[in-house]
Design a protein around this ligand. Structure first.
Ligand SMILES: [Zn+2]
Ligand SMILES: [Zn+2]
Ligand SMILES: [Zn+2]
Length: 379
């Protein structure tokens, strides 16, 4: 454990524990420094709330839903079923409206400064569960093991089937506030010929950090979350400016995974799940990893749901990309799942500046999530 003090710490007598109530500061993302967040807990900067977000559909079965059981003929062809076709608990199908599709051999286009890469790739839908409107925390841990096993297997196949695929992105939109157009719980897989910018930036910066520190930045951040404490005093008044305590950003901890509230969170309730022991590629996870991951995810989603009330969110998997130039990433990059609950709508300020505004401090958010009692049985 370490503790730091401002070098000009005044006399103890002058010190006060009074910490400022409202925070207004721009926080730099430690992994991707070009991304920053304005944490402004005073009301004036509040982004527009998604007032009365459309309620999510909680029905168990809907006769007209193409993803519900009995309607399998209504979807495009099945690519894979888990555990088997007859008793499927999760099912992968082609996307009816793919954003990327099969090769049309038209090639890439370059005209002047404009470039267009052929929109080649695969876009598939995973029907996450038989039950129409079930939320993630209502699924069993065994089911989450099966679901993430399905992601893993399909990602493996997509990479193996085509050497041009550079990245396979798995993501989920849950609820109308998160852009889900079909109410039945589902996630999506997009195999693409380019590396998404967010992943590319994370890889580039974690590589730079490794060059200087000979350590993975994600591992360093986990170490910090689990061991670091500090009190920072104001140079002239001697008042406490900030107190960082051990575990302040930890939302949930398993044997192999940890759920962390990032210091510079773009979304107020954003939480990231990372392996505790360094691992660059989601495709390398073992059965034991999946079991602990499912438990940490399940508990994290239950916490989010308890605090936000019917969480609508996006989640996405960030893992090591394919390609020779990423061969060195095994030691440098660290796979993770980012969960971004959608409780407000970005405004012109956010879209125009790229600066996300958070009106709840990540420290308060983490504390509220941790305070949810999941272990006392409900009456
Ligand atoms: Zn359905
Ligand atoms: Zn690491
Ligand atoms: Zn990421």
């Amino acid at each position: 454990m370490s503790s730091i003090r401002c070098s000009d710490t005044p006399d103890a007598a002058q010190m006060s524990d009074a910490e400022p109530k409202a925070i207004r500061e721009i926080r730099i993302n430690p992994i991707v420094p070009s991304e920053s967040v304005l944490v402004a807990t005073a009301r004036s900067m509040r982004p527009r709330k998604a007032e009365d977000p459309a309620l999510r559909d909680t029905r168990k079965h809907v006769d007209t839903c193409p993803f519900c059981t009995g309607n399998e003929h209504m979807t495009p062809p099945t690519i894979a079923s888990y555990p088997d076709e007859e008793n499927w608990q999760a099912r992968i199908v082609e996307n009816l409206y793919p954003v990327l599709g099969d090769d049309r051999q038209t090639g890439n286009l370059v005209f002047g400064l404009q470039q267009a890469i052929e929109g080649y790739g695969r876009h598939e839908v995973i029907i996450d569960h038989r039950q129409h409107g079930i939320a993630l925390h209502e699924m069993s841990e065994e089911h989450l093991v099966l679901l993430f096993g399905a992601y893993q297997e399909r990602m493996q196949q997509l990479y193996a089937n085509d050497a041009r695929i550079r990245y396979v992105l798995v993501f989920k939109n849950f609820g109308p506030a998160a852009g889900a157009s079909i109410a039945h719980t589902h996630s999506q897989i997009i195999a693409m010929p380019v590396i998404p910018e967010n992943v590319y930036n994370e890889v580039t910066h974690s590589r730079n950090y490794y060059q200087k520190q000979h350590h993975c930045i994600f591992c360093s951040l986990i170490d910090e979350a689990l061991t670091f404490e500090a009190t920072i005093y104001d140079r002239s008044s001697g008042h406490v400016r900030r107190r960082i305590s051990v575990g302040q950003y930890v939302v949930e901890r398993g044997e192999r995974f940890i759920a962390i509230k990032p210091f510079a969170s773009r979304y107020e309730w954003e939480v990231h799940i990372r392996p505790l022991v360094h691992q660059s590629d989601f495709l390398n996870i073992t059965a034991e990893d999946r079991a602990d991951f499912a438990r940490v995810l399940h508990r994290t989603m239950a916490r989010l749901d308890a605090v936000i009330g019917g969480a609508q969110y996006n989640f996405f998997l960030h893992s090591k990309p394919r390609g020779e130039e990423f061969a060195d990433c095994d030691a440098r990059y660290h796979w993770h799942l980012e969960i971004c609950p959608r409780t407000s709508i970005p405004t012109g300020f956010e879209l125009g500046s790229g600066l996300f505004v958070s009106t709840t401090s990540p420290e308060d958010a983490a504390e509220r999530l941790r305070a949810v009692d999941l272990d006392t049985p409900q009456e």
